[in-house]
Design a protein around this ligand. Structure first.
Ligand code: AHR
Length: 696
């Protein structure tokens, strides 16, 4: 009897437990995504891009490979005597006196350095420039040193790169006798390396010497165009479809007199006046000027998006009645970029080495100025003039149409968001409810910042992943997206976090940089219809994308699990054959032990996407998503799957696929295709004959 009571009690417990489990299981069903591979819409080709701002020494002392800081001694201002920082004097008061004079041969850069050398000496005296926190001079590499000099009496000069320990890395001795200013150019080849070296110009002879516009450029830059190779590559790896430049606040200036003005940044480097980047607190020689930005876009095979000053800075404004010259400056800038060589400004572009017009299709009228007194008035003047002369150019307003309807014509409205990780994650549906007519959205600056971000945490990337998936979903409205800021020189953190951190010789990407790499495939991809059933901490999207190099197509499912627990996740893909062959499928995981983890110079790859083969890929998959992670599942689409999946979403593409196979470009795929055609044909004959038999 006791046995029976015990047994029935156990059965009761079991029933209760399974009932309870059932209830719990029902409350927490396994999150799932059902993808319809046959329905979707195209994401704009321009979707994912970059925003370059001259902030944190991103250009001067960063991507722009010039090694000398303050080449023309102008940084101390136009008054004399002026500060020659960061130049320092080699020698003491008894041997050398260095002063600034307004005696330069360049009318827009009047300051030059005068060196009075009091006596002959065995050890040279002169000037030293440390560059931007040390020059990276590498053994075997060549450096072009250019400067202007005047010396009424003969003088012996030594030009040398010197390591932090005083060791000479490269040098040349020259004898000059120059009653008038003359350009001197030489190439130094380094016989040793030091990433913390300086450029020194010294003499052992008594006399007076004037120096100006001293430059040292590595010959080994991207295509010889002056871009530091490692940093260029990091940007290129983001496969940006546009380059917004030259900045946000940088374009405005704290004061108009310090704003970036394109005409001051073209032509021979030594003739450019340079300017004080007052918002971000440093001098720029403007070697990285308007033409170099356009060149950068071309080298990245991307579309330039030029942000110009609209007569408004942080603290002063030009009245709309006086804005004419600014409008003309913008029109001239457009002509410089894309006018024919027969035009005034196109001719100048050709003279400076680029006859071919650049593909400038987008301009932004100012930055973050909406609502300021003269914004609307000024905007309309720019808009109308540009529309008149360049009807095809797309114009971007600073006014955010998600806040209130636009009271101006525009092709795009700018949207900027810097916030916490949870807030940005929750903004994944921000654009779900926005007006679909009129201007498109350009999310030109977004990032998690402050407490959650520190110097670039995994936590930030997780929050941003949710936001970006929301933008993908809304890419019928949001046509362009870029993270901000792009770069920081670790020695001058004016703004943090930044996607790429570097110093004179090293660089690494923060998790947000690597997250962007998971989204670059979205530009021009097909956003596939899908249904997500999941808690609010999990977001997923599906796209079909094509690898531009291999021309292979993939179905990519991205999932962010913004939660401290791992979870199981069901993926169902409809619209493909059940027996579809997904061999070669991969999963790419971005995660780390703690959401507070960061990359660093010591551990630059602590948090990077890690790719591995995907076990048992199929149209019905149960996968595990680690806690606090972003995962991208890539399922290769064989030709037939691709055809099936394209037939509805893009019949044009399906037709193109078929016609492409008329050519002999891909014989192996072609034979697969022929086999498939044959099988389909046989199958149809069989079905038809079966139908015929059954109807008899
Ligand atoms: O990205 C840093 C700054 O943030 C930009 O200059 C400005 O547009 C925004 O306020």
């Amino acid at each position: 009897m006791a046995f029976f009571i015990k047994a029935s009690f156990s059965i009761l417990l079991l029933v209760l437990f399974s009932f309870a489990f059932h209830v719990i299981a029902d409350d927490n069903p396994t999150p799932s995504l059902v993808v319809n591979a046959q329905f979707g819409r195209k994401i704009p080709e321009t979707f994912f891009g970059i925003f370059f701002e001259e902030i944190n020494h991103a250009g001067a002392g960063g991507l722009w490979a010039e090694l000398v800081d303050n080449a023309g001694f102008e940084a101390g201002g136009s008054q004399i005597p002026s500060n020659i920082f960061p130049w320092s004097i080699i020698g003491d008061e008894s041997t050398i006196r260095v002063t600034t004079e307004r005696s330069s041969p360049f009318p827009r850069n009047k300051i030059a350095a005068r060196l009075d050398i009091m006596k002959n000496s065995l050890v040279g005296v002169g000037l030293s420039n440390p560059g931007f926190w040390g020059m990276n001079v590498q053994k075997g590499k060549k450096y072009k040193v250019t400067f202007y000099a005047r010396s009424p009496k003969p003088v012996d000069l030594k030009i040398a790169f010197v390591g932090a320990n005083g060791k000479e890395l490269a040098s040349a001795n020259i004898r000059l006798h120059l009653p008038n200013w003359k350009k001197i150019q030489l190439v130094l080849k380094a016989k040793a390396s030091d990433f913390n070296s300086s450029l020194q110009i010294t003499t052992t002879k008594q006399g007076t010497l004037w120096l100006d516009q001293i430059s040292a450029l590595p010959l080994d830059t991207h295509k010889g165009h002056g871009f530091r190779k490692d940093l260029f590559q990091m940007v290129a790896d983001l496969k940006p479809r546009f380059l917004r430049f030259p900045g946000g606040c940088y374009v405005e200036g704290d004061w108009l007199r310090n704003a970036f003005r394109w005409k001051d940044t073209i032509g021979p480097r030594e003739k450019r006046p340079g300017h004080f980047n007052d918002v971000w607190g440093y001098w720029t020689d403007d070697g990285f000027g308007y033409l170099e930005f356009l060149q950068l876009a071309e080298d990245l095979k991307t579309l330039p998006v030029w942000v110009f000053n609209n007569g408004i800075s942080h603290h002063d404004q030009v009245n709309t009645s006086n804005i004419g010259p600014f409008v003309q400056e913008a029109l001239d800038g457009i002509e410089f970029a894309r006018g024919p060589v027969t035009s005034k400004w196109g001719k100048l572009r050709a003279k400076y080495g680029h006859p071919k017009p650049f593909d400038l299709r987008y301009v932004a009228i100012g930055n973050e100025d909406c609502g300021k007194d003269n914004y609307l008035g000024n905007y309309l003047k720019f808009y109308n003039a540009i529309k008149h002369h360049y009807p095809d150019i797309k114009m971007i307003t600073n006014c955010d149409a998600t806040e209130s309807p636009l009271d101006m014509p525009a092709d795009f409205y700018d949207y900027h968001k810097y916030t916490s990780s949870h807030d940005i994650f929750s903004l994944h549906d921000k654009f779900d409810y926005q007006n679909r007519t009129g201007a498109k959205a350009f999310v030109s600056e977004y990032a998690v910042w402050k407490d959650d971000a520190r110097n670039g945490t995994l936590l930030s990337a997780l929050g941003e992943a949710g936001f970006l998936m929301g933008l993908e979903k809304n890419s019928d409205l949001v046509e362009m997206v870029s993270y901000a800021p792009l770069f920081v020189n670790a020695n001058d953190k004016r703004w943090t976090p930044d996607a790429i951190v570097f110093d004179s010789h090293r660089s690494y990407g923060i998790p947000s940089y690597w997250l962007q790499q998971l989204f670059t495939t979205s530009s021009g991809a097909t956003y596939l219809d899908s249904k997500l059933e999941a808690p609010s901490t999990l977001i997923a999207t599906a796209i079909r994308w094509e690898d531009q190099e291999t021309k292979k197509s993939y179905l990519r499912i991205k999932v962010v699990n913004f939660h401290d627990n791992s979870t199981r996740f069901n993926i169902t893909i409809n619209g493909l054959d059940d027996d579809v062959d997904f061999s070669g499928a991969t999963k790419t995981l971005l995660t780390s032990g703690s959401v507070w983890d960061e990359n660093s110079f010591d551990k630059p790859r602590k948090i990077v996407p890690v790719q591995s083969p995907l076990d048992d890929p199929s149209t019905e998959m149960l996968v595990t998503l680690p806690a606090n992670s972003v995962t991208a599942f890539d399922l290769p689409l064989c030709f037939r799957s691709l055809l099936l999946s394209s037939a509805t979403t893009s019949p044009g593409r399906a037709a193109a696929l078929l016609s492409a196979f008329d050519s002999t470009a891909a014989p192996s795929d072609q034979s697969l295709f022929l086999l498939w055609l044959r099988l389909t044909f046989l199958h149809r004959i069989r079905t038809d004959s079966q139908r015929a038999t059954s109807s008899v």
